[in-house]
Design a protein around this ligand. Structure first.
Ligand code: XMP
Ligand code: MG
Length: 180
């Protein structure tokens, strides 16, 4: 598996350092608010776990799984909820935890859903951002690393469901995409 990685962009220590930084900022900004922290599955599961371990204020967590339709062909912004939240967001300060923002379609849909369900506030933290690929105007409130326009894997992110367990983030060798 390690042989499939062409280049490490950020190693485990760099990621942990950044996650601690984000958690400190969130702890400070959400002081006294008991946010509902929403993990967007599957990609954000490792980031979510590392992040909340470093947040020093009371919070609750829930999970949501979504999938985008025809990302490469049409940018309709239609996103399907595969697994919905267990709890109501009404009147809650919500913090969405995303792995990566690409076109921005998934996130803009999610924000819209949570606002229509009357969340008190919707804030977004993403570990990675690829601003070059944005099709909707949208930025996270907290961003870990800004990435070049390359497909990355590791630290929760997959290619064909593999590589999520890598503790670092890297770029795959091109031949990995071409062989089945
Ligand atoms: P949009 O385009 O809606 O998509 O912002 C966000 C989702 O697309 C996936 N994505 C990636 N997954 N490596 C991955 O493993 C990448 O480089 C990458 N870029 C986008 C991811 O599921 C994310 O939530
Ligand atoms: Mg995702």
């Amino acid at each position: 598996m390690l042989n499939d990685i062409q280049e490490t962009l950020y190693d485990a220590e760099q990621i942990q350092q950044k996650v601690r930084e984000l958690a400190e900022n969130i702890s400070r900004d959400f002081e006294g608010r008991n946010p509902l922290v929403i993990c967007v599955l599957k990609g954000a599961f490792i980031f979510m776990a590392d992040l909340v371990k470093n947040v020093s204020i009371p919070l609750e967590i829930d999970f949501m799984a979504v999938s985008s339709y025809g990302q490469s062909t049409k940018s309709s912004g239609v996103v399907k909820i595969i697994k919905d939240l267990d709890v109501s967001v009404e009147g809650r300060d919500v913090l969405i935890v995303e792995d990566i923002i690409d076109s921005g379609l998934t996130l803009s849909y999610l924000i819209d859903v949570l606002e229509r369900r009357n969340a008190k506030s919707v804030t977004v933290v993403t570990l990675f951002d690829k601003p070059a690929r944005r099709t909707v105007e949208l930025d996270a409130d907290y961003t870990g690393f800004t990435l070049p326009d390359e497909f990355v894997v590791g630290y929760g992110l997959d290619y064909a469901e593999k590589y999520r367990n890598l503790p670092y983030i890297g770029i795959l060798k091109p031949e990995v995409y071409t062989k089945s």
